[in-house]
Design a protein around this ligand. Structure first.
Ligand code: NDP
Length: 448
């Protein structure tokens, strides 16, 4: 290994890159990492973490609206976007510092600049410095896709939404995936007038649709305007910063901001992968094998740039496995099956395992158990929102194949249920578990 400047050189200090670098360092490898933006990646800087803080802050409005029935008298309440934005971003700064410390503590040498690959074992930094490495790890993540339409330059993405000078009084959201649904919920709860437009007739296409179909009526009842089967055709800037968005239906909507949330594309542009003979996939992703190795033996890739599962905990596992495999004497691959996930919509949606359609296709005969209930917490609300849980089992073995839910705290509940599914437990095992009453999660052991 002495022939190279580094044993491992990582490009991209997001969740996957930092984990791989830190673990490789702890195994005794000499590690370098390059980051052109900020340490922490999408999740920490402009994704999961600040987004979840905005979710919590926006849900406070819901608590306030319940106050009367809980006996509290609250005076005139107002909301200050700038205070929330600055608080969230100061915590992001703190976390970014921790990421830097973590790397330093593991002996990783950091380069705060762009790096491009110049061959199977070499990279060049923006400063011109050339570096050789026995292994290179690409962990450059993904970036928002903006579909081409006139005036798209007036729109923002999730990259910009955390830094807005002012809260948009009227927000148009394009897309029906995670980001669209989450930010529609956040800004609606914070008092913005939100319109969501999606090209298909549904939202959250990858989730169990009998769960998902509960969400649009709730979003509408909470004040959001949903438009399906349409897209934005044109956006024009008009007086005093307002935007006029023309939809494909011909409808024109005046708003203050347009958020584009139509998926994310792997960050591989100009990365020099061709110098190592690596060909990109159809979406610009880096194809890798089960061990995250590319077609070049000395170059690995993890996280969103590989477009396997675009979730932070997956990138972290992939990065950790690469470091253990290359430097820890523990070669292993990540199991991408049965990954629990959640959408922090209001109320939240969560799922693990197979949807009913997937289970029927794979197992043939399945049993389906559901619970449709009004969460006790919602009793204080004037709204009649219900929770809905669904479990799918293999009819032959009773093994639980999937659990899906909509309701308060779904993400917290599904995480525990995911352990049971991953362990291959049966419906009988769930039934043998005594309920905690009164909770929402008890529905899982009382399903009929
Ligand atoms: P998603 O892939 O979740 O959703 C994309 C949405 O945009 C879909 O509704 C899709 O419509 C629509 N769309 C795609 N292309 C176009 C187009 N050309 N014109 C119009 N509409 C289009 O993407 P997001 O951007 O919301 O999120 C990106 C990824 O980030 C997610 O896949 C997820 O992995 C991750 N993420 C995870 C979160 C979490 O775990 N809670 C939170 C936020 C992001 P259609 O339905 O017709 O395909």
């Amino acid at each position: 290994m002495a022939d190279y400047d580094f044993d491992l050189f990582t490009i991209g200090a997001g969740s996957g890159g930092v984990r791989a670098s830190r673990i490789a360092g702890s195994h005794g490898a000499k590690v370098g990492i390059a980051e052109e933006f900020r340490y922490g990646g999408t999740c920490v800087i402009r994704g999961c973490v600040p987004k979840k803080m905005l979710v919590y802050a926006s849900m406070f409005a819901e608590e306030l609206s319940h106050a009367e029935n809980t006996g509290w008298t609250i005076g005139q309440s107002t909301f200050d976007w700038a205070r929330l934005r600055d608080f969230v971003n100061s915590d992001v700064d703190r976390l970014e510092g921790l990421y830097g410390n973590t790397l330093g503590n593991a002996g990783v040498e950091s380069f705060s600049e762009r790096a491009v690959i110049t061959g199977p074992n070499s990279v060049k930094l923006a400063s011109g410095k050339e570096i050789t490495a026995r292994y290179i790890l690409v962990a450059t993540g993904a970036e928002p896709i903006i579909p081409p339409f006139e005036g798209s330059e007036h729109c923002i993405t999730s990259n910009e939404i955390f830094y807005l000078d002012e809260q948009p009084k009227r927000l148009l959201v394009m897309g029906g995936g995670y980001i669209a649904v989450e930010f529609a919920g956040i800004f609606n709860a914070l008092g913005s007038k939100v319109t969501l437009v999606n090209r298909s007739e549904t939202i959250l296409r990858t989730y169990e649709q009998s769960i998902v179909e509960r969400l649009p009526p709730i979003m509408e009842a909470r004040g959001m305007d949903l438009k399906f089967g349409q897209q934005i055709a044109k956006v024009e800037k008009v007086a005093e910063g307002a935007l006029l968005a023309t939809l494909t239906s011909g409808e024109v909507i005046e708003v203050d901001q347009v958020l584009i949330a139509t998926g994310r594309s792997p960050n591989t542009n100009g990365l020099g992968l061709e110098t190592a003979g690596i060909e990109l996939g159809a979406k610009g992703e880096i194809p890798v094998d089960a061990s995250s190795k590319t077609s070049c033996d000395s170059i690995y890739a993890v996280g969103d740039v590989t477009d396997r599962v675009q979730l932070t905990p997956v990138a972290i596992r992939e990065g950790h496995a690469v470091a253990d495999s290359l430097f820890g004497g523990n070669p292993r691959v990540v199991d991408h099956s049965c990954i629990a996930s959640a959408v922090f919509s209001q109320p939240s949606i969560a799922g693990v395992g197979l949807t009913e359609d997937e289970a029927r296709a794979e197992y043939g005969e399945v049993n389906v158990y559901t619970s449709d209930f009004r969460p006790m917490k919602n009793i204080f609300s004037p709204r009649m929102e219900r929770g809905f849980y669904k479990m799918i089992t293999d009819a032959a073995s009773d093994k639980v194949l999937g659990i899906h839910m909509i309701g308060p705290e779904s993400a917290e509940i599904i995480q525990a249920a995911a352990v049971a599914i991953k362990a291959g437990l049966t419906k009988a095992d769930f039934d043998a578990t005594t309920a905690i009453h009164p909770t929402m999660a008890e529905e899982l052991v009382l399903l009929k």
